[in-house]
Design a binder for this molecule. Structure first.
Ligand SMILES: [Zn+2]
Length: 335
C-alpha cells in the first residue's frame, strides 16, 4: 500500500477532523480515542494522519509538514512510536495485547508521544479487553490509544467510557457511485451495489462478482413476471432462483434487491429525483409506477419486509418466496 497517497484525513469527515485538530491546537490530546463508523469511511487513515500530526517536528496550522524526518517515517509506515494491532484470525488475543502494551510502557527509543492503533477493537477477546482496560485505567500522559470499530455496541461499556468517541459519518451514496464508476464499474451496477453497502471496497467486489450480476438479472425477471403471469413467476422461483435460495445470505440479498426495485417504482410515482437502484430500467419502473397504486406498492413493500423477517426464522426458502409472489400478485388483482 502506498501510504503517501492513501494516508490523508478523509475529506468527508469534517466533524471528526475539527474535533481532533481542536484537541491538538489546545494541547488537550486524549489518552484514548474510539473512532466508530462503517467500513470504508477512512477511520484508519484518520488515525494515521492524527498520529503523524502528533509526531511531526514542524507542524503548521494543525497540519503535519509531510517533509520532516518523523513525517516521512510515519508516511512510510516505519515510525517506531506507532504500533498497530489487528485480529489474528477471529479475535485479538491476550498475548497480542500484552506485547503491544509492553512496547508502549517501555522507554521509547524515540522521544515523543507513543500511539497505538487497535483495528476492529470490537474483536478483542475477553482477556485482551481486560488487559487493555487495566492499561486505560492508569493513563500515561505520553501514550495515546486509538481504537477503531464498525460495531460500537460490541465494545465493552467499561472500555467505551474510558475513550473519547468520534463517530465517522457514512459516505454519501453519490460519492461511492462516482468512485466505482471511476474504477470502470457500469453506472447501473454501481447504483445497485451502493444500495446494499456504503463500503466502496465491498461494493466494487460485489459488482465484479458474476453471481451478483446474475442475481440482479433474476430479480428483474421476477418483477417482470409478477407483473405479467403469476405462473411464470412461480416457475422462475423453482428454476433461476434455485441457486440463490441455498444460502440465507444470498436469499436475503435477493429480497433486498427486490425491495429496491419497488422502492424505485414508488420514488418514480412520487416524482422523486434521487438516484434509483436500477437506473437502466427507468422505462420499466415508470410503466409500473403508472400502473400500480400507492396501496399496491405499499402492500408489496410490506410483503417483502415480512419475507425478510421470515427468512431469519428459518422458514423454507422456496416456499417463502412462492408465498411472497402470491401475496404480491394478490395485491395487484385487488384494484
Ligand atoms: Zn512533519
Amino acid at each position: 500500500m502506498d501510504f503517501q497517497q492513501t494516508h490523508r484525513f478523509p475529506a468527508e469527515q469534517p466533524v471528526a477532523a475539527a474535533k481532533l485538530s481542536g484537541a491538538y491546537k489546545h494541547n488537550r490530546i486524549g489518552h484514548a480515542y474510539l473512532f466508530d463508523g462503517e467500513k470504508g469511511v477512512g477511520k484508519k487513515d484518520a488515525a494515521l494522519y492524527f498520529a503523524q500530526l502528533l509526531l511531526c517536528e514542524h507542524p503548521s496550522d494543525n497540519v503535519p509538514c509531510e517533509t520532516c524526518h518523523a513525517c516521512r517515517r510515519v508516511l512510510s509506515g516505519n515510525h517506531p512510536n506507532i504500533l498497530t494491532v489487528e485480529p489474528d484470525g477471529q479475535d485479538i488475543k491476550k498475548d497480542q495485547m500484552a506485547r503491544l502494551l509492553e512496547a508502549m510502557t517501555k522507554k521509547a527509543y524515540e522521544q515523543g508521544r507513543r500511539i497505538y492503533i487497535i483495528e476492529q477493537a470490537h474483536r478483542l477477546n475477553t482477556a485482551a479487553a481486560n488487559a487493555l482496560l487495566k492499561f486505560l485505567e492508569e493513563p500515561d500522559g505520553d501514550v495515546t490509544a486509538i481504537l477503531l470499530t464498525d460495531a460500537y455496541h460490541m465494545i465493552l461499556p467499561t472500555i467505551q467510557s474510558r475513550c473519547q468517541r468520534l463517530s465517522f459519518l457514512p459516505p454519501r451514496r453519490e460519492q461511492v457511485v462516482e468512485r466505482l464508476k471511476a474504477e470502470g464499474i457500469s453506472p447501473s451496477l454501481a447504483a445497485t451495489v451502493t444500495c446494499l453497502t456504503a463500503d466502496a471496497a465491498r461494493a466494487a467486489e460485489l459488482a465484479s462478482e458474476e453471481q451478483f450480476v446474475t442475481l440482479r438479472k433474476t430479480v428483474v425477471k421476477l418483477v417482470q413476471a409478477i407483473d405479467q403471469h403469476v405462473t411464470e413467476a412461480l416457475m422462475l422461483i423453482q428454476t433461476e432462483w434455485g441457486p440463490f435460495l441455498k444460502e440465507k445470505e444470498d436469499a436475503e440479498m435477493g429480497l433486498d434487491l427486490l425491495l429496491y426495485m419497488y422502492r424505485d417504482i414508488v420514488a418514480k410515482k412520487a416524482g422523486m429525483t434521487a438516484l434509483p437502484a436500477y437506473p437502466d430500467l427507468e422505462e420499466f419502473t415508470s410503466a409500473l409506477a403508472m400502473k400500480m397504486t400507492y396501496d399496491q406498492l405499499a402492500s408489496n413493500l410490506e410483503s417483502i419486509l415480512q419475507a425478510k423477517k421470515q427468512l431469519h426464522r428459518n422458514m423454507h426458502r422456496t416456499l417463502l418466496l412462492e408465498q411472497l409472489v402470491l401475496s404480491m400478485q394478490e395485491g395487484l388483482s385487488v384494484v
